[in-house]
Design a protein around this ligand. Structure first.
Ligand SMILES: O=C1O[C@H](COP(=O)(O)O)[C@@H](O)[C@H](O)[C@H]1O
Length: 240
C-alpha cells in the first residue's frame, strides 16, 4: 500500500469540497496518464455529498469519465433504494459524464446473473456502515473470502434490500486510490476498531488495503471522536 492517510474535518460540510477536489485531481492525473478516468461510486450518504460538491467545481470536465458502482441494490432504477437511480436524479443530470461511460447493472436480471466488467479503477469512493461493512461486503459473510469473482451477487444482505451485487476485495484492493468517506457520531465506535484494530475478525472495511494504491479515510470530528491514532486535520480549502 502507498500509505494510509486518516484525515479529520470539523464536519462533513468541510469534508465535501476536499473530496470533490480529490476526485477532480485524480481524474486529471488519470486522463493525462491513460486517457480516461475510471471511478467506482458507493451509495448511502456519498450520493448527496457528491451531488452537491462535484457540480459546484469550476471547469469540471467529465467527458472522459467511466463510472461504475462498488455495490448496487438489485431493485428497479426508479426505486428510492437504487444507488444508480439516486445518482441519476441528483448528479448525472448536472455533469457531462457520457451515458456510455456509466456502467449500471441490468436490474431485470436475477441476482446471480448480474455481472460487471473487470476494471482497474483509478479511484474508488467507499462508505462504511456502522456494522463495519463496505460495498455490500458484510461482517461474517462468505463473500469476504471470494477470490475469483470481480463482482458477486448477494441475496441475504443483513441490511435491506437483501439482493445486491458488489465488488469483491480483489478488485477493491487493486485500485490505484481508495477513499473512504465516513461521517457522523454513529460511525465512531466502528471507525476506532477499523483503524486501530480489534480483538476478533477484522471488519470488512479494515480489509481494504490496496496492494499498490493510496488509501484515504476522510472523516469528520464526530466520527473521529474515539480515535487515539495520529491523524491529519484539514479544513475545506485543503488539497489531498
Ligand atoms: O448499503 C450501503 O451502505 C454503505 C454505507 O452507507 P452510509 O450511508 O452509511 O454512508 C454504502 O457505502 C453502500 O454503497 C450502500 O449500498
Amino acid at each position: 500500500m502507498a500509505g494510509r492517510r486518516v484525515v479529520v474535518f470539523p464536519s462533513s460540510a468541510e469534508l465535501g469540497p476536499v473530496l470533490a477536489q480529490l476526485v477532480k485531481s485524480r481524474a486529471e492525473k488519470a486522463i493525462i496518464s491513460h486517457g480516461r478516468f475510471t471511478l467506482g461510486l458507493s451509495g448511502g450518504s456519498l450520493v448527496s455529498m457528491l451531488s452537491k460538491e462535484l457540480p459546484a467545481l469550476p471547469d469540471l470536465d467529465c467527458s472522459k469519465w467511466v463510472v461504475a458502482f462498488c455495490d448496487e441494490r438489485l431493485v428497479s432504477f426508479d426505486d428510492p433504494e437504487s444507488t444508480y437511480g439516486l445518482y441519476k436524479g441528483q448528479l448525472f443530470s448536472k455533469v457531462n459524464i457520457p451515458d456510455s461511460g456509466i456502467l449500471t447493472i441490468d436490474s431485470s436480471l436475477a441476482v446471480n446473473e448480474c455481472a460487471s466488467l473487470l476494471f482497474l479503477f483509478d479511484l474508488l469512493l467507499l462508505g462504511m456502515g456502522p456494522d463495519g461493512h463496505t460495498c455490500s461486503l458484510f461482517p461474517d459473510h462468505p463473500l469476504l473470502e471470494e477470490t475469483k469473482k470481480i463482482v458477486a451477487p448477494i441475496s441475504d444482505s443483513p441490511k435491506p434490500p437483501p439482493q445486491r451485487v458488489t465488488m469483491t476485495f480483489p478488485v477493491v484492493n487493486s485500485a490505484h486510490c481508495v477513499a473512504f468517506v465516513s461521517t457522523g457520531g454513529s460511525k465512531a465506535p466502528v471507525l476506532k476498531e477499523v483503524l486501530e484494530g480489534r480483538e476478533g475478525p477484522a471488519f470488512p472495511a479494515a480489509r481494504v488495503v490496496p496492494t499498490n494504491g493510496e488509501l484515504f479515510w476522510l472523516v469528520d470530528d464526530p466520527a473521529a471522536a474515539s480515535l487515539t491514532i495520529q491523524v491529519e486535520r484539514l479544513g475545506s480549502g485543503a488539497k489531498l
